[in-house]
Design a protein around this ligand. Structure first.
Ligand code: HGY
Ligand code: MN
Ligand code: MN
Length: 416
């Protein structure tokens, strides 16, 4: 078979089959997945991925955050590897493709190189980052954050889930504490292929998102302290109502996000009332405000405004208010050379494409601190993600993986 550019395509059926096989591990209750980080399901998913990679001739390295690095050797032992990664962990009510598409498409790139008997000067490393989602242990993109030096290993190990279990203990429990120092690896380049998780590509009828930037993020964890009291017999004037304070703060977050349009978002996905009894006014209310925007100035002023106004709201109700930033990264600009290669690959392959800013956070955002990095996106149905109904077409999956293949091959340098 002549190896000319546009003829080289990945095996879409094989990729789809791998996606469906992985989706059987940690099934959700409505067709998606619940394969949260460091659970037994995550352990099973890791073992399956490891087996597939070893069948494809890759050798495994694991670091102290449990991130899996699966290496295909290059011809030049002195050449830094091209990394192709994403994550296998999911939200509790996650979809089958968020993260998984990028990891298994990286494996498909290697499988296709093997099929075509292509050697590359740079090694290629397919990567599964631990705890991208941050659902069980905040922050999101935790392992790639430690890799980039944004968090210490001790900080990460000490993070606890809703049941008080620590990240470090759970990583040990599933047997995935690796020996490599986190961040010791050096990268020539990093690629991440991911579903858009938003409505733009589908609405614009584009097959490929050429990701130029990723919006920045703050996760602000508020702890409001009220007074536990009977919801029936406590007069309204006597209440120290942390639940009411939370509601007013949520309304204010919505207002601040809307005041910073276009391009800003703000909301809350998780609230914990204690003691969480129907007829007890909460003693404490803990919730995380998630704000994002591609604009650095807006990101910082939104945070300052929200924290100041939340303190006023709480004080007006006599409620204690403490806030801790439990997640953050500034807006990211991806590497123009790699972005150009993604665009050129889409054009060479005849796929429709457009520039896009990533709404969701990704491990690529931290990888970009360590090496030239960029992303490729495919559409998802109705822009839906972080929902078990998340869906993509086989054609979308394959088109993005083809672009990934060509961009990675160009960067890793095919050896004639
Ligand atoms: O929060 C995010 O953007 C990612 O899905 N972890
Ligand atoms: Mn993801
Ligand atoms: Mn996600």
């Amino acid at each position: 078979m002549t190896l000319s550019g546009e003829n080289m395509r990945i095996n879409g059926d094989r990729l789809w089959e791998s996606l469906m096989d992985m989706a059987r591990i940690g099934p959700g209750i409505a067709g998606g997945n619940n394969r949260q980080t460091l659970t037994d399901a995550d352990k099973q998913g890791r073992e399956l991925f490891q087996r597939w990679c070893e069948e494809a001739g890759l050798s495994m390295g694991v670091d102290k955050m449990g991130t899996m690095f699966m290496t295909r050797p290059g011809t030049d032992p002195g050449a830094l590897p091209v990394y192709v990664g994403s994550h296998l962990d999911t939200q509790p009510t996650g979809g089958k493709y968020d993260g998984v598409l990028g990891v298994l498409s990286g494996l498909e790139v290697v499988r296709t190189l093997n099929d075509l008997n292509i050697r590359t000067r740079h090694p290629i490393v397919v990567t599964n980052w631990t705890n991208e989602e941050g659902a069980r242990f905040a922050p999101a993109m935790m392992a790639s954050g430690v890799f980039a030096g944004a968090h210490s290993l001790d900080y990460a190990y000490g993070r606890t889930d809703m049941e008080g279990k620590s990240f470090g203990d759970e990583l040990k429990r599933i047997g995935w504490v690796g020996g490599e120092e986190v961040g010791a690896r050096k990268m020539h380049a990093y690629f991440e292929y991911h579903i858009e998780q938003g409505p733009i590509l589908e609405a614009e009828d584009k097959q490929i998102g050429v990701v130029t930037h990723c919006q920045g993020l703050w996760w602000l964890e508020f702890t409001l302290t009220g007074k536990e009291a009977h919801t029936g017999s406590t007069p309204m004037a006597m209440r120290v109502n942390a639940g009411l304070a939370m509601a007013r703060i949520l309304e204010m977050v919505q207002e601040v996000a809307m005041a910073n349009q276009p391009g800003a978002v703000g909301g809350v996905g998780q609230v914990k009332f204690s003691p969480n009894s129907r007829n007890v006014l909460p003693g404490t209310v803990v919730f995380t405000v998630d704000i994002r925007t591609p604009d650095q100035h807006k990101l910082d002023t939104m945070r300052a405004t929200i924290e100041a106004r939340a303190a006023e709201i709480a004080a007006g109700l006599g409620v204690g208010c403490a806030v801790e930033a439990v997640g953050h990264f500034d807006p990211v600009t991806f590497d123009p050379t790699l972005v150009g290669r993604v665009r050129a690959a889409a054009e060479k392959l005849g796929y429709s494409h457009m520039n896009i800013i990533s709404g969701a956070g990704h491990d690529a955002c931290w990888a970009a601190k360590m090496a030239p990095a960029t992303m490729i996106m495919c559409p998802c149905v109705d822009g839906l993600s972080h929902n078990e109904a998340e869906d993509i077409s086989r054609e979308w999956a394959s088109a993005g993986a083809d672009v990934l293949f060509h961009a990675v091959l160009e960067t890793a340098e095919m050896v004639e």
